[in-house]
Design a protein around this ligand. Structure first.
Ligand SMILES: [Zn+2]
Length: 125
């Protein structure tokens, strides 16, 4: 399944970021995914849940933000949003266009539970 390999690609950076920021547990992950990835958010969330088992990200909620597909016409330079995979310039009608956005798969944000989550913390005041 497509979403499983995407989830496997995501878990590494998520855990690396969690380690970098000193989090003890990842509670929420937001992913920015281009519409061309054709991700089913529910499937990706399930796949992520599975690959996160036994890691710092176990139990984290995954949110997918879809990025619309945009393209630029190579003939007239018009930039437009691509709907229903119709890569035709709305201005001059040619299909000679360059995709600008829609292919990305990025970690948008992470929510971490800090290490000092126990109530026995002593803060020097
Ligand atoms: Zn054009």
């Amino acid at each position: 399944m497509h979403e499983v390999s995407l989830a496997e690609q995501l878990i590494g950076p998520v855990l690396a970021a969690a380690a970098q920021y000193g989090g003890e547990r990842v509670t929420a992950v937001t992913v920015r995914a281009g519409a061309l990835q054709q991700i089913v958010p529910g499937s990706l969330a399930l796949a992520f849940e599975a690959v996160a088992l036994g890691t710092l990200a176990e139990g984290a909620t995954l949110t997918v933000e879809t990025v619309p597909v945009t393209a630029r016409c190579r003939r007239c330079d018009a930039e437009f949003e691509v709907e229903a995979f119709c890569f035709l310039c709305p201005t001059c009608g040619v299909a000679d266009v360059a995709t600008l956005t829609g292919n990305e798969l990025l970690l948008a944000s992470l929510e971490l539970e800090p290490c000092e989550s126990t109530s026995s913390t002593t803060s020097p005041s």
